[in-house]
Design a protein around this ligand. Structure first.
Ligand code: TA6
Length: 291
């Protein structure tokens, strides 16, 4: 079977690139360059989580898949009116090219189109490109180039929602002995002694770690591997019932139990200084091993 792709419009006028190739299927929103959906054909279960009541609206991020956080992660450092996690996830991107690779994967290149609103939020010139390779694994490479005559600082991340059998029966490994800052404990710092298990709301930023992470899911008989490069932070988030129920788009009752965010990122002291005419690329790759 060959590869194909097309652009579809939804009822709200949002555009999605739909890809089908011998290895996988994917759906990528041009707003936010947002991978809403990817599933390798060899996988018996979904890999990414997508909320059943995600909102597909102009200027709003989709709850699920891979939101792009850029040029800041979390709240804007000084202005609370600016979009949480930056504007890149809620403004239009331009499709540059789609290439069928020899191994059957499809490579999509996109470039951010700064809107007037985005221009007001940054004073410097830049180029932001995302390359997505849809295949047996999902590879994302976000490249920032400084087109100004002075350095600037960014924080960034792939805020990826993974589908799991049950949040209470999985563990996330790869972050043992790393220092984290805990949002639910006044951002206090501590050391992660053991593999991560979940029994309540969890929102931690692990800094100074370039380690790959693994979602070990015994009920699904699989491990999801999260590889990363040029990333020194990893964020792990799951909201739990109280917070999930306060959010309008976290899905139906208990749907939150089927997700965990493992986010390849650079933030806090790992924020990145980019010098004039220099590019910086953060990348991540997701794959599934069933056993
Ligand atoms: O990455 C973790 C986090 O920043 C949490 O603090 C939580 O609020 C979550 O992201 C969701 O953010 P969003 O703006 O997408 O609702």
């Amino acid at each position: 079977m060959g590869s194909s792709w097309k652009i579809n419009h939804d009822v709200n006028g949002l555009e999605f690139i739909e890809i089908s190739n011998p290895l996988a299927e994917a759906k990528i929103g041009l707003q936010g360059a947002h991978v809403a959906w990817w599933r390798p054909k060899s996988s018996s279960e979904d890999v990414l989580w997508l909320s059943s009541n995600a909102r597909y609206e102009k200027g709003r991020s989709i709850r699920g898949g891979v939101p792009i956080c850029w040029p800041w992660f979390g709240d804007h450092p000084t202005d609370g009116n600016f979009c949480v996690h930056g504007f890149a996830r809620v403004i239009p991107w331009q499709l540059i090219k789609v290439v069928d690779l020899k191994n059957g994967a499809t490579q999509v290149s996109l470039k951010l189109k700064p809107t007037d609103e985005a221009k007001k939020q940054l004073t410097y010139n830049y180029n932001l490109e995302l390359t997505i390779t849809v295949g047996e694994s999902l590879y994302l490479n976000l490249k920032t180039t400084n087109l100004s005559n002075h350095p600037f600082v960014i924080s960034e991340g792939f805020h990826t929602y993974f589908y799991v059998s049950d949040i209470e029966s999985i563990k996330v490994t790869g972050l043992e002995n790393m220092v984290f800052s805990d949002k639910f404990a006044n951002f206090n710092r501590d050391i992660q002694r053991e593999p991560i298990k979940f029994s309540g709301p969890f929102d931690r930023v692990y800094t100074n770690t370039s380690n790959d992470c693994y979602i070990e899911d015994e009920k699904f008989n699989r491990v999801i591997t999260i590889k990363k490069s040029n990333s020194d932070s990893t964020v792990i988030w799951t909201p739990w019932d109280k917070i999930a129920n306060q959010m309008a788009d976290m899905g139906k009752k208990d749907e939150w139990r089927r997700m965990v965010c493992v986010e390849t990122a650079n933030l806090l002291e790992n924020s990145v200084v980019i010098y004039p005419d220099v590019s910086h690329s953060i990348a991540t790759e997701y794959s599934v091993q069933e056993f």
